[in-house]
Design a protein around this ligand. Sequence first.
Ligand code: FO1
Length: 340
Amino acid sequence: MRIVVLTGGIGGAKFLVGVRAYARRTGAEVTAVVNVGDDVVLHGLRICPDLDSVLYTLGGGADPQRGWGRVGETWTVKEELAAYQAEPSWFGLGDRDIATHLVRTTMLNAGYPLSAVTEALSTRWEPGIRLLPATDDRLETHVVVSDGSTGDGSTGDGSTGDGRSDQRAIHFQEWWVRYRGALPTHRFVFVGASEAKPAAGVLAALHDADVVLIAPSNPVVSIAPVLAVPGIREALTDGAAPVVGVSPVIGDAPVRGMADRCLAVLGVPCTAEAVAGLYGSRRSGGLLDGWLVDPVDGASRVGEVTVRAVPLWMSDEAATEAMVTAAIELADATRAGAGE
Ligand code: FO1
């Protein structure tokens, strides 16, 4: 069986631990198509938080407390940068982590595409699955906010009261890390997405897939940028493989991260049902055949999407593998029920 997982963020990386366990037990092949909208260039280094979260988590090198970055990290370079008052000071790059960014940036500068760089980094981390960036092209999530920076009269709602806009776009990492999403926020923009092409191998993997899983990642800033790359959404909606999503929301709160803040920007409630509605049913032009929710969120159908309830807390590898098994079974059930 060939499984493709659309993923991003730390929750997505944890989910892949369960997908890999399932694959080891059953002989399935796994390809993860990973968000690059969080990517940022800082201090001349290309940082790919979501790809690195997968590499470190599956490779046994992630810090379990922070969720991001390396275990056993030291911060000498960060301290030295601070001594130079080098900005941005709000984003922490650890010494071990910097080595990854140096290797990546050197290879990118030499002309290798990100997908080839990721493959090279994978030879060290041996994640046990194939990792593909959604695109090799530039795609960055920016966030349009009001922060009153235009001076007196800012209303925080996007106007200054005198007809001028106080809106500006900041990089997603600044919004997420520096401001913790706590700014009046108008919208997310996936810069470069409309000109981006799927990275080599992405469309073929989706075409050949027996099942596509959408990880319990943030739907707004982890999965939406992947789907914004022309061709990827269409490969799901028009493909033969059933698509099953796993809710990133349990009991009306995100499993981790700030999906609640991101959903609020879109005016979507932070509920498992509303996130399924955001993805939509494949029978009516959306993405989902099946939707996995936690038992606290009940189970029935969301519109034309078949819903199953199983515990969704990714407390350890066995619990996460059980979720994945349920997702694959749900995919099989939707396949059997197709044509109803
Ligand atoms: N998250 C933070 O909250 N603070 C940081 O200083 C920070 C640095 C950082 C460096 C490299 C990296 O790969 C990730 C890093 N993250 C940091 C995590 C990251 O901002 C986000 O959690 C993701 O982009 C959202 O999935």
